[in-house]
Design a protein. Structure first.
Lengths: 395, 278
């Protein structure tokens, strides 16, 4: 199937990323010849087992962790569920959970259905964010309670790229003896992470956000942290996650983590410069446009911009004509009738929330691509505004 | 990604009759920025009551823009009387259909047209009155009841797809269910009155049964991995075959009697007996 990937200008890397060619190369033997079961006694399977251990070490390296702290899962969502439900089972008497209003649905919806899942009524504190998308540390401190079982706060927000001070928050949690989980799906590979220098107990990451395939994730579990498996079964992952390993994807993820470590600097210099050029260009050439999220405390690849008085889905479909891929926080693209919960939590006015577009870059983006987007966007927005009953030409 | 028809895409990419008429005979202004879509329709009506021109401005997604554009094409050249008979289904049909979650876009078109015609006639629409049920999107019970009747809606989800009511905080869901039940009962009562002595022909029965199976029963069963097929209708005896996860399912008899038969009795004929074809 030809899906035209050579033509697209892909600026939707917070949704998913292309699999790095080096990653595909690393995976191929495990999709063809090396099909042994890593748990087998024979050499043929044992070789695969060793390859998995190498991948585990590669992931650990990127996170500044020990290999035995790495548990391979099927996705970020599974990692999130595993961490949170493990903590609730470890401390069944503690019925309080702290999270934020801007979490990814993987955590948000889980926290909303805890009663159903555990049979107990839990209090869930959902921390507010301000207009820049930042958390209020005072209300966080106040929320910490003796019966808090787990705190789950994302490292970086998927829609705005805003980074939360999770290391600082985890330190406070540690003082109170509370387990701390972070959904770092958007942060890993984009900003430096060193688990040896913080107090975070659980960390989730997802392969397909850092140029590995879909269907593989990791849960980091700090040594000594009490742990209850989510999937019970065989002794895989040292009894922490049953199920035969998704070998090829795990190998791919290992290689992707190695590559991510190498390109971290490129991400924070060249990619960041491209993002800044795109952002400045759009904000200066398109009137009534505004940035969503704190301008500094942000991932280097993400820019979320609102174009007032026009609607996001309509913008995306026009961009699609030029093969430009991005996302929107508008109601119509989320499948619901209201704009994204992140835009609403930040108090982005409705006039702007419906017209918010998220550009998320990767190391594969080029300056030519940024220039093309800068060339096309003003006309797209202007044409849609001509249709809008709220747009006044003289504004 | 939504599956839009070519017609929707054409009207979205090249919308017809964009703008605002000067000194219009009637203006319809519906929706709002906070709701995520809004439409301003202006019409020109000549002395013979013919709509000679129509223009629109729309804030919204592709289907909202396409619905507005096709609406202006439909009504140009029509008499006011003809135009007032246009339903949201007509608008959706002219576009070759809309995804069900987007049907509210066609409803917005119909509402704007009605408002423009009312403005031309100098009357006040009754729809704005009534009790606001969905506060998120400002939808009244009268609008909801009308949509249920016109488009034969049978679930809260369908009400949301057509009117947006319940699509925000979801607090009004219970009230929506209540309105739905009352309205559907009302429709059934109305229907049964004049037809009490008239018997349905077998063909009519089959058609009606198929409709209920398709719209309500099958989607519910499919959620559990099952399916159902109509095998035969003989008098009041309806023979069906349960498929997928339903076949051999321990509780299939309960499903059949407590759910399928009950639904069919409610909506087709209250003497039906449902049996499984084994």
């Amino acid at each position: 199937m030809n899906c035209g990937s050579d033509k697209v200008i892909y600026m939707d890397n917070n949704a998913t990323t292309r699999i790095a060619p080096e990653v595909v190369d690393a995976m191929m033997p495990f999709l063809t010849d090396c099909y042994g079961n890593p748990s087998s006694m024979h050499t043929f399977g044992g070789m695969v087992g060793r390859a998995i251990e190498q991948a585990r070490a590669q992931v650990a390296d990127l996170l500044g962790a020990d290999p035995e702290e790495i548990v391979f899962t099927s996705c970020g969502t599974e990692s999130d569920s595993t961490a949170i439900l493990s903590a609730l089972q470890t401390y069944p008497e503690n019925r309080h959970v702290i999270t934020t209003r801007v979490e990814h649905p993987a955590v948000k919806n889980l926290c909303e259905s805890l009663t159903q899942l555990t049979g107990h009524k839990h209090r869930v504190t959902r921390l507010m964010v301000d207009a820049d998308g930042l958390l209020d540390m005072d209300s966080y401190k106040k929320a910490l309670s003796d019966d808090t079982a787990i705190i789950s706060i994302m490292w970086a927000n998927n829609e705005t790229g805003v980074i939360f001070p999770v290391e600082e928050m985890a330190a406070m949690a540690r003082e109170r003896g509370i387990l701390f989980h972070t959904d770092a799906v958007q942060a890993v590979g984009k900003i430096p992470i060193n688990m040896r220098e913080n107090n975070i107990d659980f960390l989730s990451l997802s392969g397909h956000k850092l140029h590995a395939p879909k269907g593989v994730g990791v849960l980091y579990v700090r040594k000594g942290t009490p742990f209850v498996p989510f999937l019970n079964g065989g002794h895989q992952e040292r009894g922490r996650r049953g199920g035969t390993e998704n070998v090829a994807s795990i190998i791919g993820l290992g290689r992707a983590c190695e590559l991510a470590g190498q390109s971290l600097e490129d991400e924070n210099t060249r990619v960041k410069a491209l993002r800044d050029k795109l952002e400045k260009g759009l904000l200066s050439t398109i009137p009534k446009s505004m940035l969503n999220g704190h301008p500094e405390k942000r991932l280097p690849n993400t820019s979320n911009i609102s174009f007032e008085f026009v609607e996001g889905e309509a913008i995306l479909l026009h961009m699609d004509r030029y093969n430009i891929c991005a996302s929107s926080g508008s109601a119509c693209t989320s499948g619901s009738l209201e704009p994204s919960h992140v835009m609403r939590a930040m108090g982005v006015p409705f006039t702007a929330a419906h017209g918010s577009i998220r550009f998320s870059l990767s190391i594969y983006n080029t300056e030519e691509e940024v220039d093309l987007v800068l060339d096309k966007m003003p006309a797209i927005i202007a044409n849609l505004r001509k249709l809008s009953p709220f747009w006044k030409e003289d504004e | 990604m939504w599956e839009y028809t070519d017609k929707v895409q054409q009207h979205f990419m090249n919308p017809q009759n964009v703008g605002e008429l000067e000194n219009p005979s009637g203006t319809g202004d519906v929706g709002s920025l906070s709701c995520g879509d809004a439409l301003k329709l202006t019409i020109k009506v000549d002395d013979n009551g013919i709509i000679t021109d129509a223009k629109f401005k729309t804030f919204g997604c592709a289907s909202a823009i396409a619905s507005s554009s096709v609406l202006t094409e439909i009504i140009k050249g029509m008499s006011i009387e003809e135009a007032s008979k246009i339903t949201n289904e007509d608008i959706a049909e002219a576009l070759g259909g809309l995804p069900k979650e987007k049907m509210h876009c066609s409803v917005m078109g119909r509402e704007a047209l009605e408002a423009a015609i009312a403005d031309y006639k100098g009357v006040i629409l009754p729809m704005a009155e009534g009790e606001v049920v969905c506060e998120c999107f400002g939808v009244t019970d009268l609008e909801i009841i009308r949509a249920i009747k016109e488009s034969d809606l049978r679930s809260v989800e369908e009400i949301t797809n057509f009117t947006k009511a319940g699509g925000g905080c979801g607090k009004c869901e219970d009230r929506l269910r209540e309105i739905l039940q009352q309205t559907v009962e009302g429709i059934a009562a109305e229907k049964s009155k004049p037809h009490k002595d008239q018997r349905m022909t077998t063909l009519q029965k089959i058609k009606k049964i198929e409709q209920v199976l398709e719209r309500e029963i099958r989607p519910t069963l499919k959620k559990d991995g099952g399916d159902i097929e109509l095998v035969d209708v003989d008098g009041d005896f309806v023979t069906v075959s349960l498929r997928g996860a339903c076949s051999g399912c321990q509780s299939s008899r309960t499903t059949l009697k407590e759910y399928v038969e009950k639904k069919l009795r409610e909506q087709v004929v209250d003497t039906l007996i449902v049996e499984e074809d084994k």
